[in-house]
Design a protein around this ligand. Structure first.
Ligand SMILES: [Fe+2]
Length: 420
């Protein structure tokens, strides 16, 4: 077998398993739920059922290989998602969408056709389709999280949480450089290029993500309203807090990370006299090492591909890649700590940064997907780093950047504090 054939077979296998994953996420829905809109700023779920296949089809078959369409209406209907400002909602009705069987029929035909074409498409294009699908596996999880429990089929077991409150010390990070972005020639989305270095002065960073327990103190002190993922049960004598988990509510896990918006995280940091890390500070804490580690190195800055070192991501290193639906305690997976001893920089919740999403020097949009990042360079989105319980392993790479609006509450987004 030629190298090209081996590569395309490997990609086909990855595409197959990504399809299995998204099929699995859809299998958590009761049939009637497909026409629900669990997040007002997003499409009804039926859109995503068609979108995954329409995206692959439009990208690989129509735009790249110039194959004629067999269903132009669906190609267009399912082409793009929406991201309006919070509060601006779509007004379509369930009856505006096609019936499920028609969409499933379209999907099957797309998959069969693409499987015949995959060898002819450039590897990068298949990679884009693959990561696009895996990103949607994550955003589908957010959507499903917001569905009423009776519209979902429970899978997976609830996770254990500790109750003894953890301390959250600040760790000193020495001044130095951080490398942002992806190496030329390696796969990455347009916003990951070009690779460059940034000088970062010394700062201190919290060992752990800010916990629900810490955030609860802030809420009780009147500093903020409870975050989106919390539910309050009031009795005449007390208030009990619950975390609205994927499949059931649980008493608020005090040592799990607080999932909050950027605005909530920023307010908390300000009240604490601290701030959110910038994107370069996140990189310093996650991927660089104290000077004492540099003996293995030359004079070049020592940076690791993952906080824990060079090993590929696995279930020992963090809560990611769909092993759990919900966040775990902030001290789970110490084997994932960075060289500075900072915990959970990758996994268990994306981390908000203070950095607005924008282009790196030398940014160029890709001809096959010009709006992927550029449409969001609007000063209204913030960079998130790391990864959540439902971020696929391939997107835990150092250069990967995620971004959301500062008041979008539905993401598994955590935060930690820094001070100069
Ligand atoms: Fe999409």
């Amino acid at each position: 077998m030629s190298t090209a054939m081996v590569a395309s077979r490997a990609l086909q296998e990855r595409l197959d398993s990504a399809r299995k994953l998204t099929d699995y996420v859809f299998s958590l829905l009761k049939p009637e739920a497909l026409y629900s809109r669990p997040i007002p700023e997003r499409h009804r779920l039926i859109f995503y059922l068609g979108h995954l296949e329409a995206f692959d089809w439009n990208l690989i078959a129509r735009k790249t290989l110039d194959v004629p369409s067999f269903h132009p209406t669906f190609d267009k209907l399912f082409e793009f998602g929406i991201d309006p400002p919070v509060g601006q909602v779509a007004s379509d009705e369930p009856s505006d969408w096609p019936i499920v069987d028609e969409v499933r029929g379209y999907n099957q035909r797309v998959r069969r056709a693409l499987d015949q074409l995959i060898d002819q498409a450039p590897e990068e294009i298949i990679h884009v389709a693959l990561e696009h699908r895996l990103m949607h596996a994550e955003t589908l999880a957010y959507l499903l999280h917001n569905l009423p429990y009776d519209q979902k089929v429970r899978k997976g077991t609830p996770v254990p949480f500790s109750v003894k409150l953890l301390s959250n010390p600040m760790i000193e990070i020495a001044p130095g450089t951080a490398t942002l972005g992806q190496k030329p020639g390696a796969f990455g989305w347009d916003n990951e290029f070009t690779e460059h270095q940034v000088d970062v002065p010394a700062f201190r960073v919290s060992k752990h993500k800010v916990t629900n327990g810490q955030y609860l103190d802030f809420v009780r002190a009147g500093g903020a309203s409870p975050p989106h993922f919390w539910a309050e049960r009031k009795s005449p004598h007390s208030t009990r807090w619950f975390y609205h988990g994927m499949f059931s509510p649980v008493p608020l896990p005090l040592n799990a990370p607080a999932s909050v918006t950027h605005a909530e995280a920023t307010a908390y940091a300000r009240a604490a006299g601290k701030s959110l890390p910038t994107e370069p500070q996140f990189h310093r804490a996650a991927y660089t090492s104290p000077a004492s580690f540099a003996s293995e190195e030359t004079s070049k800055p020592h940076e690791r591909p993952f906080p824990w070192g060079h090993a590929e991501p696995n279930a020992k290193r963090g809560n990611f890649d769909f092993h759990q639906w919900d966040p775990l305690d902030v001290d789970a997976h110490p084997a994932g700590d960075s060289a500075w001893g900072v915990s959970q920089l990758v996994g268990n919740g994306w981390e908000w940064t203070a950095t607005k999403f924008g282009p790196f020097p030398g940014f160029e949009p890709r001809p096959f997907y010009p709006g992927y990042s550029q449409n969001f360079f609007d000063e209204e989105h913030y960079v998130m780093k790391g990864g959540s319980p439902v971020t696929a392993a391939c997107m835990l790479r150092r250069s990967f950047r995620n971004w959301f609006r500062p008041n979008y509450p539905y993401v598994y987004a955590s935060f930690r504090l820094v001070e100069d």
